[in-house]
Design a protein around this ligand. Structure first.
Ligand code: NAG
Length: 288
């Protein structure tokens, strides 16, 4: 490693730690009675977020497509200590349902303090097959629905000094990953849109904070079944990812990187495209 690279790596680490240490401390009490809507909450990270919010005594509405599963998650949230736990089944690939979910939460909870948008539509892992229709569908599920929900909730979040938490991926920043091109496109759209909205809200001194979460590989069932066998990247626990998202949102941080090295992957491309290509292309064990 050249001296310049060493200095660069060291400065990046120092910056990262400085940001970590100066972040405001998380006060779990601040979530007692907080009105929260979590999407994609029937499994994976969304489900774990619902349980954490429940333990903190929040009032939660969860959504996903499968009513039977949502019923069980809500039941568990109640036993864990949620002040209110309700569900509404909805399909985010529909053009009309995202708004209805927000309206349901606003009505049942009397407003919103946190909108946590986390759901994704399923996509095939493999070489792109030319299917544009699938990308349109996935854009609605993974991107347009986020925008629709954010707009619908914004007034209430503004009044309540609330937070918008966008769950994105390491694939939403500079990094691109092969074999999931439609998914990558939707995540880039998310980061682009909400990164821009972040500036707008910040410049008009809005009450609303936006937290964009950059996640690496998480050990959810969906991720493990679809890509677990293809990659040597370590998978991190969903429950820990969920807690990190919640604390980043509650402390109004603009960004979360989880696990920490997703931060490096994101800035790596600026130093060396060759190195980035090597790392990303070699994180796949085979061509799916
Ligand atoms: C911002 O939040 C405060 C409460 O902290 C509230 O009084 C004020 O009306 C809010 N601003 C807007 C534009 O809703």
């Amino acid at each position: 490693m050249g001296t310049f690279t060493k200095i660069l790596v060291a400065s990046v680490c120092v910056c990262f730690l400085a940001v970590k240490w100066t972040a405001p401390a998380f006060d779990a009490e601040s979530l007692r009675g907080a009105r929260v809507l979590v999407t994609g909450a029937s499994s994976g990270i969304g489900e774990q977020m619902a349980y954490h919010y429940a333990r903190f005594g929040a009032k939660i509405v969860i959504t996903a497509r499968r009513e039977k599963v949502l019923e069980q998650v809500v039941e568990k949230c109640r036993t864990l200590g949620a002040q209110v736990a309700l569900y509404v089944a909805a399909d985010m690939s529909s053009e009309s349902e995202p708004q209805k979910v927000v309206d349901f939460a606003l009505e049942k909870l009397g407003g919103l303090d946190y909108l946590v948008v986390n759901h994704i539509g399923l996509t095939r892992v493999g070489m792109w097959d030319g299917n544009v229709q699938h990308i349109r569908w996935l854009m609605q599920a993974n991107f347009f629905s986020y925008v629709q929900m954010a707009w619908r909730a914004l007034d209430s979040l503004e009044r309540n000094k609330g937070s918008l938490i966008i769950v994105s991926s390491v694939a939403g920043g500079l990094a691109t990953i092969p074999f999931v091109a439609p998914y990558i496109a939707t995540k880039h759209a998310l980061n682009g849109f909400f990164g821009s909205l972040y500036h707008e809200l910040s410049m008009k001194k809005s009450n609303v904070s936006i937290t964009i979460c950059t996640l690496g590989l998480i050990d959810t069932q969906t991720a493990m079944v679809n890509v677990g066998h293809l990659t040597s990247i370590p998978a991190y626990p969903a429950t820990d990812a969920a807690l990190n998202i919640i604390t980043a949102g509650a402390t109004r941080q603009p960004e979360l990187y989880y696990p920490w090295f997703t931060f490096l992957v994101n800035i790596m491309k600026d130093w060396s495209t060759t190195a980035t290509d090597y790392v990303l292309q070699n994180s796949f064990k085979e061509i799916p």
